[in-house]
Design a protein around this ligand. Structure first.
Ligand code: ADP
Ligand code: ZN
Length: 628
């Protein structure tokens, strides 16, 4: 197996559990693989497919819901010298019958097909004929969580995939997903009847992703500052909740000279596809999108994922942030979060037509995410704990060593890098809750956040005077705190559901069941000391497009080679109608630039250069390097 990894894909070593999965599947075992995005799932079925084809066992059928990406996936295999094809609705009937002919003749190693195609009589007849001749080797079910209603990408067509097992019981199956939670996992096993498949669960840690969650002030300005100081010229994804906001933010970024494109389900399908292609093919594009964007996007060099609005739950946050840094190089997951996010998310749940029990489940999930956002300790430890993983344990187990100490800090999240100063806000929280209680008592109805904070801070606004709220006993007792500090107290109280917002009554604040314990001082409230306002960081502004950043430190000559190689790669990618990373990853180009190769022999063994790529591109790469 290792020889296929090296000669076809040009990688020196397997990652994590890849080797055991590949051996198990190649030997004909069924498998369910849970591995985070970027973990290297594709090789887990591609290498068995190649090995089994070489052993005369025939073709592997890959079921994938990602029609828009099949062309590039197949293109990447062609570049590596593997015969592959796809069948989906984008093909003309002539192209489809060509592929079918090659399929029947056994000329294909991997066939990608959309799930809705599998159950057509025509396709099943073709599979039958392959099976009769002993040429049906393996089924790979990618994005297997699509079978589950609990997953966020439910596709009813996935339910019909049980036909594979029922009709071809002797053909092994491997199902793969990056969705980790137990409910979805159980559902996949049940729905796809994988009870006897071997389960492979990887560590869900993504050590190269740095998690940062900042308090929202002026979200757009904060985003701009983040991009300018950390990611100028990088490819990234910015998630927003609404279609309208997606368009606004994309426009604003463009006005500021950042190459940004919008993506949401309301855009015309052609434009959506064009924007996606542009994101995949051009360098340094920022995609501003709703959650409609992202599944299966295998662009390895997405350097940041930013959330301008909070996702619904930790699963969503993890999936979306996971799209950063698939290449293993440093990447950022940055979220900007504020009071309004809490209010909006709670309202969406309250107003949804779902059953109460289901809503309760949604609230629990939201609260876990709010806990992560409010945390003053390591984000990674909390994130992994949510997926029942103890930080430091699974990863060391995967490396074969046993550790008895569980680190409580990761060193690569905002809270670990800059431990926040924390203050005890228990008293402040009690003052806030009693103000909500008292104004309700005095006036007979509730008031909104602004008014409550005015009372606490002792401001004699017209409204405060009009309602006689200067006489409320908490009037002015909170003058020592600033308004942002009071907002932070309120936000945290809402996060733990000790304050509710009544959307039916002008967004007035209400006490809840959980308020009581806080009022009695039984629940300590600890808050991070708010950071200084905007303008704290120096911004690096540049009107010109930045030079491409190599992923390793290169000397001046090396940098020149890297830049020249990138230009060469862009031309090749364009000629092949493929994204640049399919030709070579940045990391591979950087390694070539560093090695200053003199001969084909010097290129051998560089990670990412397999036999076919050496043959196709080796000479050209040498010429590019030597021309400088
Ligand atoms: P997933 O499908 O799990 O999100 P991919 O299969 O797209 O991940 O792999 C992520 C990236 O890692 C790809 O660019 C792939 O080429 C690379 N990769 C996978 N396995 C290895 C390996 N053993 N060594 C080096 N790179 C690898
Ligand atoms: Zn940390």
């Amino acid at each position: 197996m290792e020889s296929i990894l090296q000669t076809v894909f040009g990688y020196p070593h397997f990652r994590g559990p890849q080797q055991s999965i590949i051996e198990h599947v190649t030997a004909g075992g069924d498998a369910l693989v849970l591995m985070p995005t970027g973990g290297g799932k594709s090789l887990c079925y591609q290498i068995p497919a190649i090995a089994r084809q070489q052993a005369g066992q025939g073709i592997t059928v890959v079921i994938s819901p990602l029609i828009a990406l099949m062309h590039d996936q197949v293109g990447a295999l062609h570049e590596a010298g593997v015969s592959a094809a796809f069948l989906n609705s984008t093909l003309s009937s002539q192209e489809a019958s060509d592929t079918e002919r090659r399929l029947v003749q056994g000329q294909i190693t991997l066939l990608y097909a959309a799930p809705e195609r599998i159950n057509t009589p025509r396709f099943l007849a073709q599979l039958d004929s392959l099976q009769e001749r002993g040429c049906l080797s393996l089924f790979a079910i990618d994005e297997a969580h699509c079978v589950s209603q609990w997953g966020h990408d439910f596709r009813p067509e996935y339910r019909a995939l049980t036909v594979l097992h029922e009709r071809y019981p002797s053909v092994p199956r491997i199902a793969l997903t990056a969705t980790a939670d137990a409910l979805t996992r159980a559902d996949i096993i049940e729905r796809l009847q994988l009870q006897s498949a071997r389960l492979f669960v990887s560590s869900f840690d993504r050590p190269n992703i740095r998690y940062t969650i900042v308090e929202k002030r002026d979200a757009t300005a904060q985003l701009l500052r983040f991009i300018r100081t950390e990611h100028l010229g990088d490819a990234g994804i910015v998630y927003c909740q609404s279609r309208k906001k997606v368009e606004e933010i994309a426009d604003q970024l463009c006005d500021e000279g950042i190459a940004a494109l919008p993506y949401h389900a309301g855009l015309d399908a052609k434009l959506r596809q064009a924007n996606q292609d542009q994101f995949l093919r051009a360098e340094g594009v920022v995609m501003v999108a709703t959650i409609a964007f992202g599944m299966g996007i295998d662009k390895p060099d997405v350097r940041f994922v930013a959330h301008l609005d909070m996702p619904k739950n930790i699963e969503g946050y993890y999936q979306e942030t996971g799209r950063a840094g698939r290449d293993g190089l440093p990447a950022d997951a940055w979220m900007c979060y504020g009071l309004q996010d809490v209010v909006n998310q709670r309202r969406m749940i309250d107003e949804s037509p779902a059953a109460d029990e289901f809503k309760q489940g949604l609230r629990g999930k939201l609260e876990a995410l709010l806990g992560l956002a409010e945390a003053t300790d390591c984000r990674r430890v909390r994130l992994l704990a949510y997926f029942d993983e103890v930080y430091g344990q699974a990863s060391s187990a995967a490396l074969g060593s046993v550790t008895t100490t569980n680190p409580t800090t990761c060193g690569n999240c905002d809270n670990c890098l800059h431990p926040p100063a924390v203050w005890d806000a228990t008293d402040a929280a009690r003052k806030l809750l009693s103000t909500i209680y008292r104004v309700q008592q005095v006036s007979g109805f509730g008031f909104g956040a602004g008014h409550v904070m005015d009372i606490l801070r002792g401001k004699t606004t017209d409204k405060v005077t009009q309602y006689g709220h200067t006489r409320v006993s908490t009037f002015g007792i909170g003058a020592d705190l600033t308004e942002p500090q009071w907002r932070a107290v309120l936000r945290q109280l809402m996060a733990i559901n000790a304050v509710a917002v009544d959307a039916q009554a002008f967004n007035t604040l209400k006490l809840t069941e959980a308020s009581r314990a806080v009022l009695r001082g039984e629940v300590p409230v600890r808050l991070r000391v708010s950071l200084a306002g905007p303008g704290q960081h120096k911004t690096r502004r540049s009107a010109e497009a930045p030079a491409p950043k190599p992923p390793v430190a290169l000397d001046v000559a090396g940098q020149a080679r890297f830049a020249a190689l990138k230009t060469w790669r862009a031309d090749v990618a364009k000629a092949h109608n493929l994204p640049a990373y399919v030709i070579f990853h940045d990391a591979t180009l950087a390694a070539i630039a560093q090695n200053a190769p003199q001969s084909l022999h010097d290129l051998q063994g560089i990670s990412g250069i397999g036999a076919r790529k050496l043959e196709s591109y080796g000479q050209a790469v040498l010429e590019v390097c030597q021309a400088l």
